[in-house]
Design a protein around this ligand. Sequence first.
Ligand code: GLN
Length: 238
Amino acid sequence: MDLRIAHLYAHFLNIYGDRGNIITLVQRARWRGITATVQPIGLGEKIDPDYFDFYFIGGGQDKQQQTIAEDLVLRADELHKAVSSGAVILSICGGYQLLGHYYQPHEGPQLKGISLMDAHTVAGNRRMIGNVVVKRDDGTTLVGFENHSGKTFLGPSLKPLGKAMIGNGNNGDDMFEGAVSGTVYGTYLHGSILPKNPHFADELLTQALARRHGKFTLSALDDASELAAHKRALSLPA
Ligand code: GLN
């Protein structure tokens, strides 16, 4: 069994070490004997929507977002096709913002998004920085940290990833954090998010593998240290 990962704009959107999510996915697959390969996708590189199981796009400053936004729009059809064939996308912060309809930064033109999620983002007057604890509908928690001025607002049918119990979440007003649309996930959680949230990492891994290999349950791993880090992060101040 194998897992094919596309790392979108790896050299531009990697603020706060978001590539740690790629490392986690690859390692959690390999610990189960699953071959995982990662292909960085740079500016101008075409994507075969039938090939990859998992796409990752990290966070970035407004400048990096401006650099890649136009190119991402050129990939919109390919990514929509990929998602309709069951591929998983995990997007963090700046990458998350560009999966919505648009991101309006403080300065410069509005950045068109690819509308994979019914959301939009406008830069706020303050940076939202600090630790975040998210409670999901199933009662599980996600921990990480946030650093963004963008305020993301979800459309009426777009589900949040969860509620921000600590921290600001999408915009500091509705206390939603992140967004989930089918197999497309967005979140403001840096950290990276996956190492300290192994349950979430496996949720994404299971979905991505199901695309070509069908539904099955991943074997359990010894997540003692990951869960200890998760528990410690739960008690950190905002
Ligand atoms: N530039 C965006 C903002 O400030 C995203 C920041 C990030 O990716 N951490 O909201």
